[in-house]
Structures are given as C-alpha cells and as structure tokens.
Design a protein around this ligand. Sequence first.
Ligand SMILES: CC(C)(COP(=O)(O)OP(=O)(O)OC[C@H]1O[C@@H](n2cnc3c(N)ncnc32)[C@H](O)[C@@H]1OP(=O)(O)O)[C@@H](O)C(=O)NCCC(=O)NCCS
Length: 141
Amino acid sequence: MSDLQIAAASAADLGAVLAFWKTAAEGASISDDLPGVGQLHARDPHALLLARRDGELVGTVIAGFDGWRCHLYRLAVHPEHRRQGIGAALLAAAEERFSELGGRRADAMVLDRNTPAHAAWRAGGYHPEDHWTRWVKPLEG
Ligand SMILES: CC(C)(COP(=O)(O)OP(=O)(O)OC[C@H]1O[C@@H](n2cnc3c(N)ncnc32)[C@H](O)[C@@H]1OP(=O)(O)O)[C@@H](O)C(=O)NCCC(=O)NCCS
C-alpha cells in the first residue's frame, strides 16, 4: 500500500468523484449531483476522502461527523483495484478522522443484498444491528 495516497477531496475533484461512483459505487443517493456533493464539501471540506494510486482515483469514502455521530458513506473502490486493501485503508483513514474529532462509534448503511460488501465491513470490524430500520421522509425543495 506504499504507493496509495489518501487525502481529502478538493472542490475541483467533485465532478470526477461523481463519475467514479457511477463505475465503482453500489446504489445511488438523492444527493448524487454536483449541488449535493458540493454542499457536503462546503459544509465539511475534509469529509470526502479519496484514495489515489499513481495519481489515479481508485477509491472513496465519506467520513461524516456531525458532532454527534460518525457516519460512513460511499465506500467504493474501482473494480480493477479491489482486494488490494484499498477499502480497508479508506476505512482506517475515516476512523482516524473520527477519532481526532472525538467520535466514539462509526456506522454505515449497507444494503442487505450487498453481500460482498458485508465481508468487507466485517473484515473492518463492523457488524449489523438487526433491531434498526431506516425511516425516511424526502424534504420538499
Ligand atoms: C466493498 C469494497 C469497498 C471493498 O473494497 P476493497 O478495496 O476490495 O476491500 P479490501 O481489499 O480492503 O478488503 C479487505 C477485506 O475485506 C474482505 N472483502 C472485501 N471484499 C470482499 C469480497 N468481495 N468478498 C469477500 N471478502 C471481501 C476480505 O476479508 C478482505 O481481505 P482479503 O482481501 O485480505 O481477504 C469494494 O468491493 C467495492 O467498492 N464494492 C462496491 C461498492 C460497495 O458495495 N461499497 C460498500 C457500500 S455499503
């Protein structure tokens, strides 16, 4: 992993990140556009972490801390770079950020059908809590 660089995204990276997610991420979100990811970046410029190898974007994770909880989103590694420890390195970087900010527990929403990801999360020390269900309400513009 010596050639892997993990750093916060710059505003100039955001278009490339959206394109990367189309190839590498699982699922889509209501915030998957430039205004959405731009708002994340403006509110917390260090939350979106990018992994690069030889300058190429190979992985992402969003490590969001709102002062109360530590949420992980968009853990994604380019299909041609998987099983090389990049996902684990991104999780380690996210957890380091949470610890520096005083966070106490990290969590992630993981699709029940996304079994390959379950293995990656478990390998990182995460486990499901089956007594929760996500409750949502779209907000009017
Ligand atoms: C999930 C994902 C981010 C893992 O990234 P990765 O860089 O391949 O993960 P790592 O190489 O760090 O794997 C660490 C460990 O997790 C486990 N693991 C990861 N992917 C696995 C898979 N497909 N099957 C079984 N175990 C897996 C293994 O224990 C692995 O260690 P090993 O390779 O030494 O056996 C990647 O598969 C991905 O981008 N998937 C599509 C997007 C996605 O589903 N993201 C999660 C959304 S909740």
